[in-house]
Ligand binder design. Sequence first.
Ligand SMILES: [Fe+2]
Length: 291
Amino acid sequence: MKQSEEHLPLKEDQAPVKEGRAPLREDQAPLQEDQAPLKEDRANLEEDRAPLKELDEWDDFVAIRYRQGKSEEEFRNYKADANPTVTEFYRQNHKHQTLDFVLKKKAEYCGLKRGQKSIWEMAEYLNTLGFLHDLGKVLCLYGEPQWAVVGDTFPAGCAYSEQVVFPEFFAANPDSGKPEYQTQYGIYEPNCGLDNVHLSFGHDEYIHRVTQKYLPEEAQYMLRYHSFYAAHRHGAYRHLMNEHDEAMFEWVRKFNPYDLYSKGRERPNTKEILPYYRELVSESFPDKIDW
Ligand SMILES: [Fe+2]
């Protein structure tokens, strides 16, 4: 489904603004034409790169979207649960996550060249207790915009599924104009296996790469695909998955309720639970790992 710009619920200049942060518009940009930044950077200047008040706002939206006991009909009405900042976040995410962007970010981060840190040092850096699957959100502290860190993931380089949340926002993605990326299989082979598919870039892929060599495969799948809701909740993209993916997705689905419903607003008593998690982490990981 394609939708033209005027049907989008938020226009560029209506983007929600955070207190004290005026949005930069093109006509306010102080740069001369010959000093103009790259096209991509200009796009970032025109937008608030952090429409969500905090990253957790996306997690909260997903938890509400899949609240237990909802009917299929209610799942489809997710727009009722999306406030303007969440909607703006998805608009940016779907617009900017091109195949080119995904490949660039994988090259930048997945070689794990940012030094060694323990899981706990990283958790402290992120200022969270640090449930492993979400430690990839440290990408935000590396300077990535929110749309490159969280959000439902989807394959780049092939047709977008209607099962992805806010599919109409893909109309603004440059890949939508590339016919070779818009066939059912795009750049991929039938049932090629998800390991060969480039999902939109975010904290899932990064934490998967960081932890890959220390965890059993079931856990790797949980980390790598926990935000791939179109596939694990709605059965989309089966034509790219192989039998092994199908079997392993059982674990992704088992993990999902812990991801969705374990993030209460009350802070856990860190002192009480930390020894348990320290023990758990030390069973699988050496003191320092590459990030
Ligand atoms: Fe996550």
